[in-house]
Ligand binder design. Sequence first.
Ligand code: IMP
Length: 427
Amino acid sequence: MPALVLLGAQWGDEGKGKATDLLGGSVDYVVRYQGGNNAGHTVVVGDQKYALHLLPSGILSPGCTPVIGNGVVVDPSVLFSELNGLNDRGVDTSKLLISGNAHIITPYNVTVDKVTERFLGKRKIGTTGRGIGPTYADKINRVGIRIQDLYDESILTQKVEAALDGKNQLLTKVFNRRAIEVGQVVEELLSYADRLKPYVADTVLVLNQALEQDKVVLFEGGQGTLLDIDHGTYPFVTSSNPTAGGACTGAGVGPTKISRVIGILKAYTTRVGSGPFPTELFDEDGDALRRIGGERGVTTGRDRRCGWFDAVIARYATRVNGLTDFFLTKLDVLTGWEQIPVCVAYEIDGRRVEELPYSQTDFHHAKPVYEYLPGWSEDITKAKSFSDLPKNAQDYVKALEEMSGAPISAIGVGPGRDETIEINSFL
Ligand code: IMP
């Protein structure tokens, strides 16, 4: 009954697409359990590069059933354009399953996301502007619209009315915007119903039956541990639970079914949007990481903030997710530095702190305490096994493993599908 969770151990963008894709060929189901089209996976297959935002990356592996779970928020227009793009390139998307309980990102949720960010000014979160937060807010406020609502026009109309009641007051009286018309929204939402229909399923039942039949199910987290609404750097987080527990609620699978939790860990650190980031670099090293690592958002096109590896964060990710393994990505990006700083602890108001502080104030004051590891200059992109790596690269990996608290079972040494060193099999 192998059920694996694969998630970002830092602030997202760790290269999950590559890791899921690596496993995609041997798994029967790849499931997204939270987030929406705020995520961005780049998957390179042969000479083809695919950028996926909402769809699980398993969609690129024939034989694998991609699933959008109940915990995901779905923007149907984005879904269709992503499906069209893949179909145009000959990718079969007919096996996709979408939970009828997944919430819909409505046009007014996108409006509210953008208006709120503008209103916050300097205090903004730096969201992707895709309506993610307001859609989850509606879900929790019990005024959300679910995929299944598209198949009962009367219920849909009542729900849109309920959702817009308060929002229109806010839009017109606080934000000085025009009110949104119920009829127009209902019409737009209904226009998606027919095309969505063949994909809509009771995904909780499907997944649990699959596990009973010993199928391999991979749960793919969007964003990352430090962007988790409960365990991340709140309020500079996304509005869902990318951490391992989110896989259970966001897909309807019990925790006793999860057999392995793999954290994707970049060999350095990046972050998009606002919020604290102790190892952030503002010098030419930061520019070099950004340039060599191609650190630009797949979803928003924004430059990512870059910094050295932070072992405090990695240890925290091991703990809150119960990680069994790490997949270390982008080790090749570090080739060429004479020595590589690694943050082993923080200094907070004169104290040395080994673990991530729960207090936001402390974390904002955290300064990195660095250890300097010797670098390497050899090209490592052709390495097929751990022993092919230069000694200093091996030592870097071993040091990270020791500091982070879980075995590094795979190492990415280049963007291609085959540029991965597998140390322990994930299956
Ligand atoms: P939201 O998810 O659009 O509400 O944005 C909230 C925060 O999460 C912002 O700082 C975003 O930049 C960040 N974020 C959302 N999705 C991703 C992702 O896939 N990778 C990295 N950061 C993300």
